[in-house]
Design a protein around this ligand. Structure first.
Ligand SMILES: Nc1ncnc2c1ncn2[C@@H]1O[C@H](COP(=O)(O)OP(=O)(O)OP(=O)(O)O)[C@@H](O)[C@H]1O
Ligand SMILES: [Mg+2]
Length: 431
């Protein structure tokens, strides 16, 4: 079965048509054509038999002019009486000719004399020779007199009209399917976090139109929800930041120096957490898709690794340029690679870009994450105990943000065991 809707609907139209026509043609050929030819041939042979009878009953007619005249005028047959020469050898039998078969059978049955017929060729006349006593009767008969010869017209009409029907049906079908394709495209690009095609509006049959309308409403609802969440979170973060700044100022003006230092560090931590919340809230959803250069990103990654004294190896298969929201995607990778750099010493990043899809594997040799916590760590503010002991800063938002970004691109992030002993993070996005 074809996969495409268009091909399928065409098949639904064409198959019954061909089936119907085949059955009709078969029945028609078998019954009608055979029967009509049978009757016509029987009648023609009857005429021939009558002529033979006349010739033999009235031998007085010296040159048979009366018989010839009657045959010509009443029976539409052109006959001659030939001298008694032997009949020509039987001609080549046509491969498919019910006329030859039926006419031969009838002559044998009704006249029962040696005969010779010629039904081959495109000519409009048949030639029949019958051996009589002391002479040979030769008759030219119009083909249409003995044969249902217009049958092919029926087939021509049938095939012709169905072709016309198809030609009308094809553009209609195409028009019916177009809105479905458009809806699929719009849903696809929304799923990948790309802007909807500008010319999209519900069109076509009522059901398709309804689906289109439902899609638009759903999209608006989702966007409204995201907007609300963003507004609230950024409002809260912003307010807190203002207070924090004031707090810092007041701190600078009071107290002794050693106390101030640790308090200042705490405030810095809080500030960076707040930045994290704000980023999370913003979601970077407003960014437009563009080009992202994986090779360039790997270079900056190598520099960062050198600064942090970590061993990072990178590998890239396929086209280094991908089509994503660049800032968001940088954040996604930085969050995950940042985790790996924080929790492990050796890190391996492997990007595989095939047609339409990008897979990035980030392996490390750190403590890893036990399988039962692998869903948990994606929740906002979730940090595992080991991590907390290892490093105080961090809000537990990194993986949530990363997954958010991957999903808004129509992809996802999963966790697994790494062959290097630590955690393997698998990022898959359409690109
Ligand atoms: N590569 C890794 N190896 C081991 N544990 C990890 C790794 N990456 C993440 N984790 C665990 O998952 C938890 C959640 O990670 P996430 O990135 O969301 O938060 P975080 O790194 O603690 O804080 P931040 O918001 O600064 O990124 C971490 O606290 C850590 O316990
Ligand atoms: Mg992190």
């Amino acid at each position: 079965m074809p996969k495409r809707l268009y091909a399928r609907s065409l098949l639904i139209v064409i198959t019954p048509m061909i089936l119907l026509q085949s059955v009709v043609t078969l029945v028609f050929m078998e019954r009608h054509w055979q029967q009509v030819t049978q009757r016509l041939s029987t009648a023609t042979t009857r005429d021939l038999a009558a002529i033979v009878d006349m010739i033999e009953t009235y031998p007085g007619d010296a040159d048979y002019s009366n018989v010839i005249r009657i045959a010509q005028e009443r029976l539409s047959m052109k006959i001659d009486i030939l001298p008694p020469e032997p009949l020509p050898p039987p001609g080549r039998k046509p491969f498919f000719s019910i006329l030859d078969q039926i006419l031969s059978a009838q002559i044998t049955k009704q006249i029962n004399r040696p005969f010779w017929i010629d039904t081959v060729g495109d000519s409009d006349v048949l030639e029949v020779r019958i051996q009589l006593e002391g002479k040979v009767l030769r008759a030219f008969i119009r083909r249409s007199q003995a044969y249902a010869s217009n049958t092919h017209i029926f087939i021509v009409w049938m095939v012709g009209t169905s072709l016309v029907l198809l030609m009308i049906a094809i553009p209609f079908l195409r028009n019916q399917i177009k809105p479905i394709l458009k809806l699929a495209e719009a849903a696809e690009s929304f799923g990948k976090g790309r802007p909807m095609p500008p010319d999209f509006r519900p069109r076509g049959a009522e059901e398709v139109r309804r689906a289109g309308l439902a899609f638009i409403q759903m999209r608006e609802r989702i966007e409204r929800q995201i907007e609300q969440r963003t507004a609230m979170l950024s409002g809260v973060s912003h307010d807190l930041r203002t207070i924090l700044t004031r707090f810092k100022l007041q701190l600078a003006l009071s107290g002794s120096k050693p106390d101030r230092e640790s308090l200042n560090r705490d405030i810095d931590d809080m500030q960076s957490m707040l930045e994290g919340y704000l980023d999370f809230a913003r979601g970077e959803a407003a960014e437009d898709p563009g080009r992202f250069d994986l090779a360039g990103y790997f270079e900056t990654l190598a520099e960062e690794a050198k600064l942090r004294k970590r061993a990072v190896t990178t590998s890239l298969t396929g086209d280094p340029t991908i089509h994503v929201r660049p800032k968001a995607f940088t954040r996604l990778l930085s969050n995950i690679v940042g985790n790996a750099l924080r929790y492990a010493r050796n890190v391996k990043v492997e990007a595989i870009h095939t047609k339409g899809s990008l897979t990035v594997l980030i392996d490390d040799d750190g403590p890893g994450i036990p399988p039962e916590s692998r869903e948990e760590v994606f929740k906002p503010f979730v940090r595992l105990d080991e991590a907390r002991n290892l490093d105080a800063s961090g809000t537990g938002l990194g993986l949530s943000i990363a997954r958010d970004i991957a999903r808004s691109h129509g992809g996802d992030i999963t966790l697994d065991d790494s062959p290097m002993g630590g955690l393997r993070v698998i990022v898959r996005v359409p690109a």
